[in-house]
Design a protein around this ligand. Structure first.
Ligand code: HEC
Length: 129
């Protein structure tokens, strides 16, 4: 569903108001879900088990774990909720494709958020509750 909206955003430049509304709704929804405690140690375990396949070396067009310049750019370009959503729902960029939940179907939303926060913490970006 989300991928469909993403394609709509890319393929159609008309009807922008409608697309924006969809996006904002998504973000607000996510804000409620990210109310849990941040657990970087859990995030590290999740990263090593699920995300490292791609993000340790930047395989498949992903961003390498320690590529601070690229992670900084992501953080500056997008709201945090949008970044979390992209991991939870899957993400297509010009560089590659990330499956839904970063391919960790057994992970909870909080696990995935912890994993994202772990990536950021490695790059000196600290997310507070
Ligand atoms: C199959 C490979 C693959 C796996 C597994 C994967 N990712 Fe990704 N990830 C990607 C690709 C490709 C991108 C897009 C990179 C780009 O062009 O910005 C991406 C982007 C991201 C982004 C940036 C999203 C944005 O809004 O720009 C985050 C954060 C992220 N991944 C976290 C994770 C986490 C956490 C996991 C494990 C739970 C994970 N990824 C697993 C391939 C993967």
């Amino acid at each position: 569903m989300i991928k469909f909206f993403l394609f709509l955003l890319i393929l159609t430049s008309c009807n922008k108001n409608n697309d924006k509304e969809i996006n904002e709704k998504l973000i607000i929804m996510k804000k409620k879900e990210i109310s849990g405690e941040i657990n970087i140690a859990n995030g590290k375990n999740i990263f090593n088990g699920a995300c490292a396949t791609c993000h340790l070396y930047g395989t498949g067009g992903s961003i390498q774990l320690k590529d601070k310049i690229k992670w900084d750019k992501i953080i500056q370009k997008k709201p945090l909720d949008e970044i979390y959503n992209n991991v939870l729902n899957g993400y297509v960029s010009e560089n590659g494709y990330m499956p839904k939940k970063g391919a960790c179907l057994s992970c909870s939303d909080q696990d995935l958020i912890d994993a994202v926060n772990y990536i950021f913490s490695i790059n000196g970006i600290i997310i507070e509750n």
